[in-house]
Design a binder for this molecule. Structure first.
Ligand code: ADP
Length: 404
């Protein structure tokens, strides 16, 4: 080997030595960095573990202390986790035994259950699913479930978690309420029917009494003294009042019945016809102040409403020049009507009372105290309301609405 060759190898060796040294230096630096990073990682890991422990014990607390049943199921309905309330609800105390939620669903609710399951899978959550379930002892309970799907880290659904609430007592109350309402409706109908029959039946003996008194009077014409004549007039008057009362009760008892005969009514024509059929004294004028609408209603019921209000307005006018004004205002969801008079007026303390049956402030032979109660009953049947504004000695305005 020549000297020059030896020199080349020597230099190469020195370069390699230098490179190794540099590499060692870099490595040392890197491993120092790595050590630091690993220390930091260890610390972060410790912190995370602590945080996780805290969170999971918090969750555990929620899971245990929640007041409703909490259940986690897999996609086949198998219960994976449940809290003690869920165990009590399903009467499932043996932790070793498996429990499938779908198997608990009451037969008749099965179809609805399946549909709700589809919703849960499609939407990812289920709100207020209500169904009946069998518990272990085969008692039936009503439950309400709010649930959401659980996913794995690839966003694939793996199960569901849900809050299950026992609403058996609420359902029982609802059922009770429904029955009470049904009974009430039935007895109400019976009562109306009863009033109808009684008042109808009372009319015929009354008619007989009427006939008998007129026969006695005819048979004894000229034989009675003044006092007996007066007493007979009193009897006839009383009989008439009774007949009026009975007719009113009859009318009242049929006023509240559901009307199935609604038709398109042109109120302008209807009210004009009605006014023509009423007895209007010469000193009273009746005016329709505004346009009147076309409404869907039963003709006889609308007639009853307007007839009672207009007749009252006429009846209670005490001025030399009487005026009755009918008007209409269109509201968003209601038709609003008013009947105004310049009559005796009504004190405010009677404003509610007069709508009750048999309540009349001014007793007279043609006053039965039934008219306004009929009006109110019909207005209520049409989803409306009735009220009045009035000033004693000046006049009254009755307002009422009918739902469109
Ligand atoms: P009735 O007129 O047969 O007594 P209603 O039920 O129609 O029965 O009216 C109840 C009472 O309300 C009446 O007795 C009367 O005192 C009062 N009333 C009704 N309408 C008016 C009116 N337009 N003006 C003054 N008082 C009225």
């Amino acid at each position: 080997m020549s000297n020059s060759e030896i020199e080349v190898i020597k230099r190469a060796l020195e370069r390699e030595k230098l490179a190794r040294k540099q590499a060692e230096l870099i490595l040392e630096q890197k491993s120092r960095n790595l050590l630091m990073i690993s220390r930091e990682l260890k610390l972060a890991n410790q912190k995370l573990t602590k945080l996780l422990q805290e969170k999971s014990s918090q969750l555990q607390g929620v899971f245990k202390n929640i007041n409703d049943a909490y259940v986690v199921i897999d996609l086949s309905g198998e219960v994976i986790r449940m809290n003690s309330i869920a165990r009590d609800l399903f009467e499932h105390q043996n932790e070793e035994e498996t429990l499938n939620l779908y198997n608990l669903i009451y037969n008749k609710d099965g179809k609805y259950g399946l549909k709700s399951l589809e919703t849960l899978e499609k939407e990812g959550f289920l709100s207020n699913f209500i169904s009946r379930i069998y518990t272990k002892s085969k008692t039936i309970k009503w439950i309400q479930i709010n649930a959401s799907l659980l996913y794995d880290n690839k966003k694939k659904p793996i199960g569901a978690q849900g809050i299950v609430r026992d609403i058996t007592h609420i359902k029982a109350l609802e059922e009770k309420q429904k029955n009470i309402l049904k009974d009430l409706e039935e007895s109400n109908n019976q009562l109306q029917e009863y009033a109808h029959i009684v008042s109808h039946d009372l009319k015929s003996p009354l008619r007989s009494l009427h006939a008998l008194t007129s026969w006695i009077k005819a048979d004894n014409q000229g034989n009675f003294d003044k006092n007996t004549d007066e007493n007979f007039a009193l009897i006839e008057n009383t009989l008439e009042t009774m007949e009026n009362l009975i007719s009113s009760v009859l009318e009242y008892s049929s006023a509240g019945y559901e009307d199935n005969n609604r038709e398109a009514l042109d109120l302008k024509t209807e009210i004009n016809n009605l006014i023509k059929s009423l007895f209007v004294p010469k000193h009273i004028t009746i005016k329709i102040e505004t346009e009147l609408p076309l409404i869907m209603a039963e003709r006889t019921k609308m007639r009853q409403v307007f007839q009672n209000l207009i007749s009252n307005a006429i009846k209670y006018i005490d001025k030399d020049k009487g005026e009755v004004v009918i008007a209409y205002k269109e509201r968003k969801r209601y038709h609003e009507f008013s009947v105004k008079d310049n009559g005796i007026g009504i004190e405010e303390r009677y404003h509610k009372k007069i709508f009750n049956i048999f309540q009349s402030i001014n007793k007279s032979s043609d006053s039965t105290g039934v008219g306004l109660s009929i009006v109110k009953k019909i207005v209520k049947l049409y989803g409306g309301d009735i009220w009045l504004k009035s000033e004693p000695n000046v006049g009254s305005t009755f307002y009422f609405t009918l739902k469109k």
